[in-house]
Every structure is written in structure tokens, then in C-alpha cells.
Design a protein around this ligand. Structure first.
Ligand code: F0G
Length: 434
């Protein structure tokens, strides 16, 4: 099957070989995506094959990304694919979170079950496979933490050299620790994510390093499989809504592309609506969708949120994300720091847990429910993007009443669970438990 890169801009649509090392269209500067002209599919046969592969011990089949390789056919050979058995993440029922949001039922697709604890692994196995195919040995990214943790792991596993750039002081220690442990050369830059992305793009070009941010179209291919796997797990019955947090908007782009392609290939009959949730202090995409002029995104100069994973003011993939949200009949919402923190505690009480950015989903659903946008009996899947252990400091502060918003306001420990210091004395402890 042929694969190529195509400019996402409808007025350009220039096409380039799949092995060209470019991240934007050389002609118009637009974003690029992978395209597979002439692809035809037998949906029933594909569904059968994908289901059968779940029984296989072959490493590609065990990967929740490469199991679906027919929907991401950009490689001409799988020899150099490195898999850590990414994907394979569960759908989890969360009745308590459903009640909190005012829904009859709510299911989480928990990407925190991935090898490095976030959805980035789905994309990174593809990005590193493309780097290997191109014969480029050094890979780089700027990150709010999860991309760097994932890239470090996959690059090291693939025998590549990972180089990461992170905003100094603004990523959680859990994520920084992963990058160090997985052997990435780590630069803590005194700038924010948006500023560092510009810097890294210059460096990548100057030094011939392969860029593995979500602007890389091969990462988007991998992240598509989050939705393919979800549909497979639901026996190809699309939900009414898919809710996800929005930062740099790569995931929104990937989910929308997955839905379009699954419709085209006859794998599903109707598309769910996408609901993208941003933190109020870092909500340029929300502002764009509210504005009259949707042709230009106004960046948030100083993005702020304790959900540092989505602390991004100038999301590169906004043109794709706008297209995907619009064509799915979707919405964009924003939520406060308090709403995120409380929603996160509610997810925890389901025995599930996640990192702060992921909890924006539940906070957003609650808001959209109250506004009547999401119906109480809607079939909703929310994507939890990262593992609870990514940011334990935030959790401890919330539960002990020490969480402070970026503007200095103290957040309420609404569902706080204070640990109690006790003497080594059975009677006294028994008395407390009575
Ligand atoms: N949730 C988590 C846990 C994330 O790490 C990110 C992004 C998002 C949501 C937003 O996804 O950017 O595709 O809209 N983290 C990136 C990083 C930016 O560097 O790890 P997006």
C-alpha cells in the first residue's frame, strides 16, 4: 500500500514522500498528516483479524498499537519496530464519577496503564519506528513531562539517543525522574513549553536531530489506535461522546483522524462527538472556538495551571484539532483549578486515579452536563491520559489542604483525606476507629 505525507491545509494539499524529514509543509507551512491513497478495506475481515491477534504471542500482535497495523500502514517493514507492549488499556466503569458528573453511566479509557504511564506511548512506538527507518540516531522533544518520559523509554529501547527539553521547574518530579532513569540527555530550559518548542525546532534542523513532538505525523498515527482499540473493546459501537483534555492538541487531532478513517473504512457507522477540555488558565483553543474569527489562534502568553501536562498557550496542532472538533459536532470547554482538583479526587474514589490533566475530563463533563450539552443518559467515554503516580506531590497537597493555585489562591480540599499521626498505642487507635 502506498503511504505519503500530505499538507493538512485544504487550500494546499501538497504531497510528499513518506520518508521526507519534514514537520510542516515546505510550500505553505501547514501541518502534515499521513495519507494512504487507494486504501480499501474489508471491515469484517479486519475486525476478525484484530480480535484473533489478541490470542497471539507475537510481539507486534501483543502491542495495542501494532495489532491494528492495517490502520497505520506507513512502514514498509516492521523489522525495526520497538514495542514495550503499549496500548492494551482498559475501559473502566466509574459509577461514582458518573454520579458526580450527573450521568447515568461513565466509562474511562485509562491510558495511564501504558508502559510509561501515559497515552504518549501509543504515538512514541510509531515515532521511534519512523526514526529507525530514516536511519536518524538522535531524537528530541520539548515536553511538559509525559512526552519526554515516553520518548526517553522508546528511544533507549530502540538504541537511539534521546534528548529532551523541559520547562525548568514546571514539570512533575515523577516525569522528570522517568526521563533521567531511561537515559535521556535532559535540558531544563528557563522558558515555557511554547518558547522551548521554537528553540528545539531550530536545534533539530541545525543538528539533524529527529523531532518527536506531536507535530510529528507518525506520532499521531500511533495515537489513533487509542480510539480504534476503544471501539474494538466496545464491539464497534461508538459512544455518543469522547471526552479528552487538550494541551498541544495532538491527541484531539489523532482521535478525529481515527474517527474519520474508521468511518471511511466502514469500521463504524457514525462518529461520536469530541469534547475537548482545557484548564481555564491555559485555554487558547477554548478562546478560539468561542471567538468570531476561527482563522487565527491567539496564544495565551503566560499559560498557567497546576495540571502542568496541559500548561500550553500556543498549541501547534490547533488547525487539525479545530477541523476534528467541528466535523465531529464536538465542543470545547474550560474548567477551573478547583474543578480539576475536586474531579480528580472523585476519580480517585472510584479506585481508579489519574494525573491532574486527565481529571479535567470529569470536571468538563460535569460542566457540560449542567449546561445541558451532554444528556444524563448519554453514552460517554472519557480518556484518562496519565497515571496517578505521575504527580504525587499534587495529591498530597490537595488532601492535606496545601494546594495553591498558580495565582496564589488556596484551593479547597473539598474531598480531602487527611492522614492522621497516632502514637504506637492500640487503645488510642481503636478509640479513633470507633
Ligand atoms: N494529558 C496528559 C497527561 C498530557 O501529558 C498531555 C500532553 C495532554 C493531556 C494533552 O495532550 O497535547 O495532545 O493535547 N502532554 C504533552 C507532553 C504536551 O509534553 O507530555 P495534547
Amino acid at each position: 500500500m502506498s503511504a505519503e505525507l500530505i499538507c493538512f491545509e485544504s487550500r494546499c494539499r501538497a504531497r510528499y514522500p513518506i520518508t521526507e524529514v519534514i514537520y510542516n509543509c515546505p510550500r505553505c507551512g501547514g501541518l502534515l498528516e499521513c495519507a494512504y491513497p487507494g486504501r480499501s478495506a474489508d471491515p469484517a475481515a479486519l475486525k476478525r483479524t484484530w480480535r484473533e491477534r489478541r490470542m497471539s504471542n507475537a510481539k507486534l500482535d501483543q502491542s495495542g498499537v501494532w495489532r491494528y497495523r492495517e490502520i497505520i500502514p506507513f512502514l514498509d517493514s516492521f523489522d525495526r519496530v520497538v514495542t514495550l507492549r503499549e496500548g492494551n488499556t482498559p475501559l473502566l466503569e466509574a459509577p461514582r464519577a458518573a454520579a458526580y458528573a450527573g450521568l447515568d453511566r461513565l466509562v474511562f479509557k485509562h491510558q495511564g496503564f501504558n508502559p510509561t504511564g501515559s497515552f504518549k506511548d501509543n504515538g512514541m512506538t510509531c515515532g521511534t519506528a519512523q526514526a529507525k527507518r530514516l536511519g536518524i540516531e538522535r531524537v528530541a522533544c520539548v515536553s511538559t513531562g509525559n512526552t519526554s518520559a515516553s520518548m526517553a523509554a522508546y528511544a533507549s529501547a530502540a538504541g537511539l539517543q534521546p534528548i529532551i527539553f523541559i520547562p525548568h521547574g514546571n514539570i512533575s518530579y515523577g516525569k522528570l525522574a522517568q526521563a533521567l532513569e531511561y537515559g535521556a540527555r535532559t535540558f531544563q530550559v528557563e522558558a515555557n513549553f511554547d518558547q522551548i518548542l521554537a528553540l528545539v525546532r531550530t536545534l533539530a534542523e541545525r543538528l539533524g536531530i529527529y523531532l518527536l513532538n506531536s507535530i510529528n505525523p507518525f506520532r499521531i498515527e500511533g495515537q489513533k489506535t487509542i480510539i480504534v482499540e476503544m471501539m474494538d473493546q466496545r464491539d464497534w459501537n461508538p459512544p455518543d461522546w469522547i471526552v479528552l483534555p487538550g494541551g498541544n492538541l495532538g491527541n484531539t487531532s489523532a482521535f478525529g483522524k481515527a474517527l474519520r478513517e474508521m468511518l471511511e473504512m466502514g469500521l463504524i457507522r457514525r462518529s461520536p462527538r469530541l469534547a475537548v477540555i482545557q484548564a481555564a488558565g491555559s485555554a487558547p483553543f477554548y478562546n478560539l472556538v468561542q471567538s468570531q474569527d476561527r482563522g487565527r489562534l491567539t496564544k495565551v502568553e503566560h499559560p498557567e495551571t497546576l495540571a502542568t501536562a496541559i500548561r500550553i498557550g500556543d498549541p501547534v496542532s490547533w488547525p487539525k484539532a479545530l477541523h476534528e472538533v467541528t466535523s465531529s459536532g464536538g465542543v470545547v470547554e474550560k474548567v477551573t483549578e478547583q474543578e480539576i482538583a475536586d474531579a480528580k479526587a472523585q476519580i480517585g474514589l472510584c479506585g481508579i486515579g489519574c494525573e491532574p490533566a486527565s481529571a479535567a475530563t470529569l470536571a468538563g463533563i460535569r460542566k457540560l452536563r449542567t449546561a445541558g450539552v451532554i444528556a444524563p443518559d448519554a453514552d460517554v467515554v472519557a480518556v484518562l491520559t496519565g497515571n496517578l503516580l505521575k504527580d504525587p506531590d499534587y495529591i498530597y497537597r490537595y488532601h492535606t489542604g496545601q494546594l495553591t493555585a498558580p495565582d496564589g489562591a488556596k484551593l479547597n480540599s473539598t474531598f480531602g483525606n487527611h492522614p492522621v499521626v497516632v502514637p504506637n498505642d492500640a487503645d488510642k487507635i481503636a478509640a479513633l476507629l470507633q
